[in-house]
Design a protein. Structure first.
Ligand code: AMP
Ligand code: MG
Length: 428
Protein backbone atom coordinates (compact mmCIF):
# COMPACT_ATOMS: atom_id res chain seq x y z
CA UNK A 1 0.00 0.00 0.00
CA UNK A 2 1.33 3.38 -0.95
CA UNK A 3 1.36 5.92 1.84
CA UNK A 4 1.43 9.63 1.44
CA UNK A 5 4.72 10.94 2.92
CA UNK A 6 4.36 12.86 6.17
CA UNK A 7 4.24 16.56 5.39
CA UNK A 8 7.50 18.06 6.59
CA UNK A 9 7.86 21.63 7.76
CA UNK A 10 10.28 23.72 5.70
CA UNK A 11 13.56 23.79 7.61
CA UNK A 12 13.53 27.50 8.31
CA UNK A 13 10.13 27.29 9.98
CA UNK A 14 10.75 24.36 12.27
CA UNK A 15 11.69 25.01 15.87
CA UNK A 16 15.19 25.70 17.14
CA UNK A 17 16.70 25.36 20.59
CA UNK A 18 15.95 27.71 23.45
CA UNK A 19 18.77 30.15 24.29
CA UNK A 20 19.39 28.35 27.59
CA UNK A 21 19.53 24.93 25.93
CA UNK A 22 21.87 26.24 23.23
CA UNK A 23 24.16 27.79 25.86
CA UNK A 24 24.15 24.53 27.82
CA UNK A 25 25.02 22.67 24.61
CA UNK A 26 28.01 24.96 23.93
CA UNK A 27 29.32 24.90 27.49
CA UNK A 28 28.84 21.12 27.71
CA UNK A 29 31.04 20.51 24.65
CA UNK A 30 33.95 22.68 25.81
CA UNK A 31 36.81 21.88 28.16
CA UNK A 32 39.57 24.32 29.05
CA UNK A 33 42.65 24.28 26.83
CA UNK A 34 45.95 23.11 28.32
CA UNK A 35 48.19 25.17 30.57
CA UNK A 36 51.16 27.26 29.46
CA UNK A 37 53.89 29.27 31.09
CA UNK A 38 53.01 32.98 31.34
CA UNK A 39 55.14 35.88 32.59
CA UNK A 40 53.60 38.02 35.34
CA UNK A 41 53.68 41.01 32.97
CA UNK A 42 51.21 39.21 30.67
CA UNK A 43 49.11 37.47 33.34
CA UNK A 44 46.25 39.98 33.71
CA UNK A 45 42.92 38.49 32.58
CA UNK A 46 44.25 34.93 32.45
CA UNK A 47 43.21 32.05 34.75
CA UNK A 48 45.64 30.17 37.01
CA UNK A 49 45.89 26.51 35.98
CA UNK A 50 47.52 25.44 39.27
CA UNK A 51 47.44 26.71 42.86
CA UNK A 52 50.18 29.00 44.10
CA UNK A 53 51.64 28.58 47.58
CA UNK A 54 52.86 31.24 49.97
CA UNK A 55 56.63 31.21 50.23
CA UNK A 56 56.88 33.20 53.48
CA UNK A 57 54.81 34.49 56.38
CA UNK A 58 53.27 37.92 55.82
CA UNK A 59 53.69 40.06 57.76
CA UNK A 60 56.92 38.32 58.76
CA UNK A 61 56.47 39.54 62.39
CA UNK A 62 53.99 41.77 64.27
CA UNK A 63 54.20 45.17 62.55
CA UNK A 64 52.71 48.58 63.09
CA UNK A 65 49.77 49.51 60.85
CA UNK A 66 50.33 53.24 61.50
CA UNK A 67 53.00 55.86 61.97
CA UNK A 68 53.10 56.49 65.74
CA UNK A 69 54.57 55.09 68.94
CA UNK A 70 54.92 51.50 70.14
CA UNK A 71 53.89 51.40 73.82
CA UNK A 72 52.84 49.08 76.64
CA UNK A 73 49.04 49.05 76.84
CA UNK A 74 48.99 49.34 80.64
CA UNK A 75 50.93 52.62 80.35
CA UNK A 76 48.30 54.24 78.14
CA UNK A 77 45.02 52.98 79.58
CA UNK A 78 44.52 56.47 81.07
CA UNK A 79 45.31 59.77 79.38
CA UNK A 80 47.06 62.07 79.16
CA UNK A 81 50.31 60.38 80.05
CA UNK A 82 53.95 60.99 79.25
CA UNK A 83 56.43 58.36 78.04
CA UNK A 84 60.14 58.41 77.37
CA UNK A 85 61.20 57.62 73.80
CA UNK A 86 63.98 55.00 73.72
CA UNK A 87 64.12 53.93 70.06
CA UNK A 88 63.17 54.98 66.53
CA UNK A 89 62.09 52.10 64.26
CA UNK A 90 61.65 52.26 60.49
CA UNK A 91 60.10 49.63 58.20
CA UNK A 92 62.78 47.03 57.50
CA UNK A 93 64.64 47.67 60.81
CA UNK A 94 65.08 44.94 63.40
CA UNK A 95 64.50 46.63 66.82
CA UNK A 96 66.94 45.70 69.60
CA UNK A 97 65.70 47.87 72.48
CA UNK A 98 62.87 46.32 74.54
CA UNK A 99 60.20 48.71 75.77
CA UNK A 100 59.99 48.89 79.58
CA UNK A 101 57.29 50.50 81.70
CA UNK A 102 57.09 54.26 81.04
CA UNK A 103 58.92 53.95 77.71
CA UNK A 104 57.96 54.03 74.02
CA UNK A 105 59.56 53.80 70.58
CA UNK A 106 58.75 55.90 67.56
CA UNK A 107 57.57 53.47 64.87
CA UNK A 108 56.73 53.77 61.17
CA UNK A 109 54.04 51.87 59.25
CA UNK A 110 55.21 48.33 58.51
CA UNK A 111 58.04 48.42 61.07
CA UNK A 112 58.36 45.52 63.57
CA UNK A 113 56.79 46.03 66.99
CA UNK A 114 59.63 45.91 69.59
CA UNK A 115 59.67 43.49 72.53
CA UNK A 116 57.70 44.74 75.49
CA UNK A 117 55.31 46.88 73.38
CA UNK A 118 51.87 45.49 72.64
CA UNK A 119 49.96 48.40 71.12
CA UNK A 120 50.43 51.43 68.87
CA UNK A 121 49.43 55.03 69.50
CA UNK A 122 48.87 57.01 66.32
CA UNK A 123 51.13 60.02 65.84
CA UNK A 124 48.03 62.26 65.57
CA UNK A 125 47.18 61.38 69.20
CA UNK A 126 50.60 62.42 70.54
CA UNK A 127 52.78 65.47 71.09
CA UNK A 128 56.55 65.82 71.51
CA UNK A 129 57.30 67.80 74.67
CA UNK A 130 60.20 70.26 75.06
CA UNK A 131 62.34 67.68 76.91
CA UNK A 132 61.86 65.14 74.08
CA UNK A 133 59.38 62.98 75.97
CA UNK A 134 56.11 61.98 74.29
CA UNK A 135 52.70 62.99 75.56
CA UNK A 136 49.92 60.52 74.75
CA UNK A 137 46.70 62.49 74.50
CA UNK A 138 44.07 59.71 74.54
CA UNK A 139 43.74 56.27 76.16
CA UNK A 140 44.59 53.37 73.81
CA UNK A 141 43.54 49.71 74.02
CA UNK A 142 45.89 46.76 73.77
CA UNK A 143 46.75 45.44 70.27
CA UNK A 144 45.54 48.59 68.49
CA UNK A 145 46.94 49.11 64.98
CA UNK A 146 49.12 46.01 65.03
CA UNK A 147 49.14 43.69 62.01
CA UNK A 148 49.84 40.30 63.47
CA UNK A 149 52.60 37.99 62.23
CA UNK A 150 51.24 35.79 59.40
CA UNK A 151 47.77 37.34 59.36
CA UNK A 152 47.89 37.83 55.55
CA UNK A 153 49.56 34.56 54.62
CA UNK A 154 51.60 31.71 56.12
CA UNK A 155 54.42 29.95 54.28
CA UNK A 156 53.05 26.78 52.68
CA UNK A 157 49.42 27.94 52.62
CA UNK A 158 47.57 28.06 49.30
CA UNK A 159 47.82 31.77 48.52
CA UNK A 160 45.84 31.56 45.28
CA UNK A 161 43.81 28.45 44.38
CA UNK A 162 43.82 27.01 40.86
CA UNK A 163 41.20 28.58 38.55
CA UNK A 164 41.71 32.03 40.07
CA UNK A 165 40.92 34.77 37.55
CA UNK A 166 43.88 37.11 37.44
CA UNK A 167 42.79 40.63 38.35
CA UNK A 168 45.20 43.48 39.14
CA UNK A 169 44.96 42.49 42.82
CA UNK A 170 45.94 38.93 41.95
CA UNK A 171 48.93 40.20 39.96
CA UNK A 172 50.05 41.96 43.15
CA UNK A 173 49.57 38.71 45.07
CA UNK A 174 51.64 36.86 42.44
CA UNK A 175 54.51 39.27 43.03
CA UNK A 176 54.10 38.79 46.80
CA UNK A 177 54.70 35.06 46.41
CA UNK A 178 57.53 35.86 43.97
CA UNK A 179 55.78 34.17 41.03
CA UNK A 180 57.55 35.81 38.08
CA UNK A 181 56.07 33.11 35.84
CA UNK A 182 52.86 31.15 36.33
CA UNK A 183 50.93 28.28 34.79
CA UNK A 184 47.80 29.70 33.16
CA UNK A 185 45.25 28.19 30.80
CA UNK A 186 46.15 28.82 27.18
CA UNK A 187 44.00 31.33 25.29
CA UNK A 188 42.16 30.00 22.24
CA UNK A 189 43.45 30.92 18.78
CA UNK A 190 40.50 32.51 17.02
CA UNK A 191 39.87 33.08 13.30
CA UNK A 192 37.14 35.30 11.89
CA UNK A 193 35.65 34.91 8.41
CA UNK A 194 33.09 37.12 6.69
CA UNK A 195 30.93 35.67 3.97
CA UNK A 196 28.88 37.28 1.21
CA UNK A 197 29.21 38.52 -2.39
CA UNK A 198 27.88 41.93 -1.38
CA UNK A 199 30.60 42.66 1.16
CA UNK A 200 33.22 45.37 0.67
CA UNK A 201 36.53 45.04 2.48
CA UNK A 202 37.57 47.88 4.80
CA UNK A 203 40.40 48.95 2.49
CA UNK A 204 38.62 48.31 -0.85
CA UNK A 205 37.59 51.31 -2.97
CA UNK A 206 34.10 52.68 -2.29
CA UNK A 207 31.36 50.93 -4.27
CA UNK A 208 27.80 52.23 -3.73
CA UNK A 209 26.32 48.79 -4.44
CA UNK A 210 28.27 47.04 -1.70
CA UNK A 211 27.87 46.61 2.06
CA UNK A 212 30.89 47.39 4.23
CA UNK A 213 32.17 44.34 6.12
CA UNK A 214 31.63 45.50 9.68
CA UNK A 215 31.15 42.08 11.27
CA UNK A 216 34.82 41.11 10.93
CA UNK A 217 35.79 44.14 12.99
CA UNK A 218 32.99 44.09 15.55
CA UNK A 219 33.74 40.41 16.18
CA UNK A 220 37.46 41.17 16.29
CA UNK A 221 36.82 43.72 19.03
CA UNK A 222 34.53 41.38 20.97
CA UNK A 223 37.30 38.78 20.91
CA UNK A 224 39.98 41.34 21.83
CA UNK A 225 37.88 42.38 24.81
CA UNK A 226 38.56 38.86 26.12
CA UNK A 227 42.31 39.46 25.84
CA UNK A 228 42.57 37.36 22.68
CA UNK A 229 44.07 38.65 19.41
CA UNK A 230 42.09 37.03 16.58
CA UNK A 231 43.16 36.51 12.97
CA UNK A 232 40.91 38.00 10.27
CA UNK A 233 40.71 35.63 7.33
CA UNK A 234 38.93 38.16 5.09
CA UNK A 235 35.80 37.81 2.98
CA UNK A 236 34.74 34.58 1.28
CA UNK A 237 32.36 34.94 -1.66
CA UNK A 238 29.15 32.92 -1.87
CA UNK A 239 30.83 30.18 -3.91
CA UNK A 240 31.12 26.76 -2.26
CA UNK A 241 34.65 26.06 -3.56
CA UNK A 242 36.08 29.40 -2.45
CA UNK A 243 34.21 29.17 0.84
CA UNK A 244 35.58 25.66 1.46
CA UNK A 245 39.14 26.95 1.02
CA UNK A 246 38.60 29.66 3.61
CA UNK A 247 36.77 27.37 6.00
CA UNK A 248 39.52 24.77 5.79
CA UNK A 249 42.03 27.42 6.89
CA UNK A 250 39.72 28.59 9.65
CA UNK A 251 39.25 25.09 11.02
CA UNK A 252 42.97 24.98 11.88
CA UNK A 253 42.21 27.42 14.72
CA UNK A 254 40.73 26.54 18.11
CA UNK A 255 37.68 28.66 17.33
CA UNK A 256 36.34 29.75 13.95
CA UNK A 257 33.72 32.49 13.73
CA UNK A 258 31.90 32.80 10.42
CA UNK A 259 29.37 35.56 9.84
CA UNK A 260 26.78 35.59 7.08
CA UNK A 261 25.58 32.82 4.81
CA UNK A 262 24.32 30.63 7.66
CA UNK A 263 20.61 30.87 6.94
CA UNK A 264 18.61 28.91 4.39
CA UNK A 265 18.82 31.25 1.36
CA UNK A 266 20.02 29.79 -1.94
CA UNK A 267 23.35 31.60 -1.47
CA UNK A 268 23.85 30.42 2.12
CA UNK A 269 26.51 27.72 1.73
CA UNK A 270 28.29 27.87 5.09
CA UNK A 271 26.56 25.03 6.93
CA UNK A 272 26.66 22.37 4.17
CA UNK A 273 30.25 23.30 3.35
CA UNK A 274 31.30 22.96 6.99
CA UNK A 275 29.60 19.56 7.15
CA UNK A 276 31.42 18.46 4.00
CA UNK A 277 34.66 19.34 5.83
CA UNK A 278 33.76 17.05 8.74
CA UNK A 279 32.25 19.56 11.17
CA UNK A 280 29.46 18.13 13.35
CA UNK A 281 26.75 20.75 13.82
CA UNK A 282 25.00 20.54 17.20
CA UNK A 283 22.41 23.22 16.50
CA UNK A 284 21.70 25.71 13.76
CA UNK A 285 18.69 27.65 14.96
CA UNK A 286 17.97 29.24 18.32
CA UNK A 287 14.64 30.73 19.35
CA UNK A 288 15.91 34.26 19.81
CA UNK A 289 15.67 37.64 18.16
CA UNK A 290 17.84 39.01 16.80
CA UNK A 291 19.90 36.01 15.81
CA UNK A 292 17.70 33.06 14.89
CA UNK A 293 20.04 31.44 12.33
CA UNK A 294 23.03 30.73 14.55
CA UNK A 295 24.91 27.45 14.37
CA UNK A 296 27.46 25.73 16.57
CA UNK A 297 29.68 22.85 15.51
CA UNK A 298 32.78 20.98 16.57
CA UNK A 299 35.63 19.07 14.97
CA UNK A 300 38.11 16.79 16.76
CA UNK A 301 40.07 19.80 17.98
CA UNK A 302 38.05 22.88 17.26
CA UNK A 303 34.83 24.79 17.58
CA UNK A 304 32.88 26.69 14.91
CA UNK A 305 30.20 29.31 15.31
CA UNK A 306 28.13 30.43 12.33
CA UNK A 307 26.75 33.81 13.18
CA UNK A 308 23.99 35.64 11.31
CA UNK A 309 25.09 38.27 8.80
CA UNK A 310 23.07 41.09 10.30
CA UNK A 311 25.55 43.16 12.30
CA UNK A 312 23.50 43.36 15.51
CA UNK A 313 22.48 39.70 15.31
CA UNK A 314 26.09 38.71 14.91
CA UNK A 315 27.13 40.68 18.01
CA UNK A 316 24.18 39.50 20.12
CA UNK A 317 24.87 35.86 19.19
CA UNK A 318 28.52 36.36 20.08
CA UNK A 319 27.44 37.54 23.53
CA UNK A 320 25.20 34.53 24.15
CA UNK A 321 27.31 31.68 22.73
CA UNK A 322 30.83 32.66 21.66
CA UNK A 323 31.72 34.64 24.78
CA UNK A 324 30.98 31.71 27.15
CA UNK A 325 32.90 29.38 24.83
CA UNK A 326 36.00 31.62 24.75
CA UNK A 327 35.86 32.05 28.52
CA UNK A 328 35.40 28.30 29.14
CA UNK A 329 38.32 27.48 26.83
CA UNK A 330 40.47 30.01 28.73
CA UNK A 331 39.66 28.32 32.06
CA UNK A 332 37.16 30.85 33.43
CA UNK A 333 34.22 29.74 35.54
CA UNK A 334 32.39 33.01 35.13
CA UNK A 335 31.27 32.46 31.56
CA UNK A 336 28.38 34.90 31.18
CA UNK A 337 27.80 38.61 31.34
CA UNK A 338 26.79 39.88 34.75
CA UNK A 339 23.05 40.60 34.90
CA UNK A 340 21.04 43.17 36.83
CA UNK A 341 17.33 43.73 37.10
CA UNK A 342 16.06 46.96 35.56
CA UNK A 343 12.74 48.72 35.21
CA UNK A 344 11.71 49.65 31.67
CA UNK A 345 11.06 53.34 31.00
CA UNK A 346 9.20 52.49 27.77
CA UNK A 347 7.37 49.40 26.50
CA UNK A 348 9.41 46.69 24.76
CA UNK A 349 7.59 44.84 22.00
CA UNK A 350 8.05 41.13 21.55
CA UNK A 351 6.45 38.26 19.73
CA UNK A 352 6.01 35.20 21.95
CA UNK A 353 8.09 32.12 21.17
CA UNK A 354 11.51 33.73 20.98
CA UNK A 355 13.67 35.45 23.55
CA UNK A 356 14.09 39.06 22.52
CA UNK A 357 17.36 40.86 23.28
CA UNK A 358 16.59 44.57 23.45
CA UNK A 359 19.47 47.06 23.23
CA UNK A 360 19.07 49.47 26.15
CA UNK A 361 20.80 52.29 27.93
CA UNK A 362 20.86 52.06 31.72
CA UNK A 363 20.67 54.75 34.36
CA UNK A 364 20.59 54.60 38.14
CA UNK A 365 17.30 55.81 39.61
CA UNK A 366 16.77 57.69 42.85
CA UNK A 367 15.17 54.52 44.22
CA UNK A 368 18.53 52.81 43.89
CA UNK A 369 17.63 50.48 41.02
CA UNK A 370 18.30 50.60 37.28
CA UNK A 371 16.09 52.13 34.61
CA UNK A 372 16.42 50.66 31.09
CA UNK A 373 15.52 52.63 27.95
CA UNK A 374 15.30 50.76 24.62
CA UNK A 375 17.40 52.29 21.85
CA UNK A 376 16.06 53.19 18.41
CA UNK A 377 13.94 50.88 16.31
CA UNK A 378 15.70 47.72 17.46
CA UNK A 379 16.39 46.71 13.86
CA UNK A 380 19.01 44.01 13.53
CA UNK A 381 20.96 46.23 11.12
CA UNK A 382 21.15 49.18 13.52
CA UNK A 383 24.75 48.90 14.58
CA UNK A 384 24.80 52.44 15.95
CA UNK A 385 22.13 51.52 18.53
CA UNK A 386 24.27 48.51 19.48
CA UNK A 387 27.27 50.81 19.74
CA UNK A 388 25.43 52.97 22.30
CA UNK A 389 23.93 50.12 24.33
CA UNK A 390 24.88 49.64 27.98
CA UNK A 391 23.17 46.28 28.04
CA UNK A 392 20.87 43.72 26.47
CA UNK A 393 17.47 43.53 28.13
CA UNK A 394 16.01 40.03 27.98
CA UNK A 395 12.33 39.68 27.15
CA UNK A 396 11.48 36.03 27.98
CA UNK A 397 10.21 33.74 25.22
CA UNK A 398 6.74 33.38 26.73
CA UNK A 399 6.23 37.16 27.02
CA UNK A 400 4.05 39.06 24.57
CA UNK A 401 6.00 42.22 25.34
CA UNK A 402 6.77 44.32 28.40
CA UNK A 403 5.11 47.52 29.57
CA UNK A 404 6.77 50.65 30.93
CA UNK A 405 7.48 49.98 34.60
CA UNK A 406 7.94 46.22 34.13
CA UNK A 407 11.14 44.71 35.48
CA UNK A 408 13.45 42.57 33.37
CA UNK A 409 16.93 41.11 33.38
CA UNK A 410 19.67 43.10 31.63
CA UNK A 411 23.02 41.64 30.56
CA UNK A 412 25.66 44.29 31.21
CA UNK A 413 27.91 45.01 28.23
CA UNK A 414 30.69 46.36 30.41
CA UNK A 415 34.23 45.07 30.57
CA UNK A 416 35.19 42.70 33.33
CA UNK A 417 31.74 41.94 34.80
CA UNK A 418 30.92 38.25 34.50
CA UNK A 419 29.01 35.59 36.44
CA UNK A 420 28.86 31.79 36.54
CA UNK A 421 25.34 31.25 35.25
CA UNK A 422 23.51 33.02 32.47
CA UNK A 423 20.54 33.37 34.82
CA UNK A 424 18.04 33.40 31.99
CA UNK A 425 15.86 30.76 33.64
CA UNK A 426 13.82 27.92 32.23
CA UNK A 427 11.72 30.06 29.94
CA UNK A 428 14.62 31.51 27.98
P1 AMP B 1 23.17 36.69 5.45
O1 AMP B 1 23.17 36.10 6.81
O2 AMP B 1 24.36 36.31 4.64
O3 AMP B 1 21.87 36.43 4.76
O4 AMP B 1 23.26 38.25 5.64
C1 AMP B 1 22.22 38.98 6.29
C2 AMP B 1 22.49 40.45 6.16
O5 AMP B 1 23.68 40.77 6.86
C3 AMP B 1 22.70 40.95 4.76
O6 AMP B 1 22.03 42.19 4.62
C4 AMP B 1 24.16 41.13 4.65
O7 AMP B 1 24.53 42.10 3.71
C5 AMP B 1 24.56 41.52 6.03
N1 AMP B 1 25.92 41.09 6.29
C6 AMP B 1 26.44 39.86 6.09
N2 AMP B 1 27.73 39.81 6.41
C7 AMP B 1 28.07 41.05 6.85
C8 AMP B 1 29.29 41.63 7.32
N3 AMP B 1 30.41 40.92 7.40
N4 AMP B 1 29.26 42.93 7.68
C9 AMP B 1 28.12 43.66 7.60
N5 AMP B 1 26.95 43.17 7.16
C10 AMP B 1 26.90 41.87 6.78
MG1 MG C 1 24.83 36.38 2.68
Amino acid sequence: MNRMPEPTKPEHLSGGLSVSAAQACVVGKITPLGAEDVAIERALGRVLAAPLYATRDLPPYDVSAMDGYAVRAEDVSAAPTTLQMVDDIKAGDIPHTPIATGQCARIMTGAPVPHGANTIVRVEDTRVLADGSIEIAIPVEAAADIRVHGENMRAGDVALPGDTEISPGVVGALATVKAARIKAYRLPRVAILANGDELEALTAPFDAAKIPDSNSYALMAQVQAQGIEPVLLGIARDKPDELAEYLRRGLEFDVLLVSGGTSVGVHDHVRPTLESLGVVLHFYRVEMRPGHPVAFGTTAGGTVFCLPGNPVSSMVCFEQFVLPALRALSGHRTLFRRTVTARLTQPAKSRPGRVEFVRVTLTHTERGDYAATPLGKQSSGDLLAMARADGLLVVPAESKGLAAGDRALVQLLEPGAFQENAGLGEGA
